[in-house]
Design a protein around this ligand. Structure first.
Ligand code: TYD
Length: 390
């Protein structure tokens, strides 16, 4: 690759590495800098964090923690079924706690998951789950033991994998002739338009444009046939792919490529401008939180997200500005946030009207949170698309 750095978000810890006090001194940090690959126009980290440091048997993120995502995967499954035969063979790469799998038949659906705690959970549910990283070698074992797949699905997983060529070649190897590979990941268009720089963290070594994916998929015998822009995770793309020989792209592909050209996703200047806006966002957020605290207000954060790991570490926001973070995930509660060590607590008894301001760490679920917290009389603070009280 021929990468040119455009943004540096400083020293960052493992974004989902929630920790106890005893582990503060041994915490791992790396330099988070992002570049544009001049050959493919891929937005990608300058250096990749080793996958084993992030995806292991203590992985804390559960996809099923929000109704929005549970509903999203049930609707996505309905949509996919319309394009498949009666009893399709389905493989999910990166199945997490089974939030997508649960919509499919156990006899014909298998999964791959490198976080052993979750691989065990979905094996126990009855879905054969291979406990490992998606590689060419594992794909060969899967084909040998299960045959080719009619659908390969991956949500918020492909953008986690440093080596995209190996990933796509292994997928090409595993699909039936007319099979679909469908994957969802955060959209680079949305990140640039909304200034949501917190989509960038260790687990997201790439933020995908359709432009870059087209080149990388095509050199591995695969072609994009459809793109759906979805609102989840602050704006994602659901990308449908087939073997090049059998692919018939619809107009959504060209429409997305044209839109990306218009907003300049192949132009280094777009990314320079983005980096300047990120720096302004930091100044504005620290200023706003400091004013709240200096006025004696109680400020907390809502949702211990990976995204907020990026924000807090980049902006230097610690327990002096945010008293604590509430989160519904049992694996995160009673631990500290990565890097800046803000305590994480259960929402019950901690999110009430004694809170004056709650920073939306989970801004992507703002609507679900507002519906749930309709009795809350305090205010929310967000930094997307601009720092403000809402
Ligand atoms: P998400 O935005 O998917 O996180 P990431 O940036 O890591 O991809 O995660 C949302 C987090 O917020 C998750 O830990 C669950 C938590 N959460 C709550 O605590 N309460 C809520 O009402 C919702 C919707 C999420």
């Amino acid at each position: 690759m021929n990468k040119k750095e455009f943004l540096n978000l400083g020293k960052q810890p493992i974004a989902n590495g929630f920790l106890t006090e005893g582990n503060f001194n041994s915490e791992f940090f790396y330099d988070l800098s992002v570049g544009l690959d001049e050959d493919t126009k891929l937005v990608t980290h300058m250096d990749y964090v080793k996958p084993e440091l992030m995806f292991n048997d203590t992985y804390a993120y559960r996809g099923s923690m929000s109704k929005t995502m549970r509903d999203h995967f049930s609707e996505t499954s309905e949509l996919l079924r319309k394009h498949l035969s009666d009893k399709p063979r389905v493989l999910e790469i990166g199945s997490n706690d089974g939030v997508f799998l649960k919509n499919w038949d156990k006899d014909t659906t298998i999964a791959v998951e490198p976080c052993s705690n979750f691989a065990k959970e979905t094996n126990d549910l009855g879905y054969l789950t291979y406990d490992g990283f998606w590689t060419k070698q594992l794909s060969e074992t899967i084909v040998e033991e299960n045959g080719w797949m009619d659908l390969i699905f991956a949500a918020n997983c492909i953008c986690h994998i440093p080596d995209l060529d190996q990933t796509f070649a292994a997928i090409e190897n595993t699909l039936t002739d007319h099979g679909f590979f469908v994957f969802e990941d955060p959209s680079l268009v949305k990140m640039i338009n909304e200034n949501s720089y917190d989509q960038i963290y260790d687990e997201h070594p790439h933020i995908f444009s359709i432009t870059a994916l087209k080149t990388i998929l095509e050199r591995n015998g695969l072609t994009i046939v459809r793109v759906d822009n979805t609102p989840v995770h602050g704006g994602s793309n659901r990308i449908w792919v087939q073997r090049t020989m059998f692919a018939k792209p619809d107009e959504s592909v060209e429409n997305n490529l044209t839109h990306e050209r218009i907003i300049g996703l192949d132009d280094p200047y777009t990314f320079e401008r983005f980096a300047n806006k990120v720096s302004d966002s930091k100044t504005d957020l620290v200023r706003l939180l400091s004013r709240c605290v200096d006025s004696g207000k109680k400020v907390i954060s809502y949702g211990a997200t990976s995204k907020s790991t990026t924000v807090f570490n980049y902006c230097g926001i610690g327990p002096d500005l945010i008293q604590y973070i509430t989160d519904t995930t049992p694996e995160k509660q009673n631990k500290f946030s990565p890097g800046v060590h803000i305590p994480i607590v259960k929402p019950e008894g901690n999110f009430d009207n004694s809170v004056d301001f709650a920073f939306l760490g989970a801004w992507n679920f703002a609507q679900e949170i507002r519906n749930k917290e309709s009795e809350y009389t305090g205010k929310f603070i967000t930094h997307v698309p601009v720092v403000r009280i809402v």
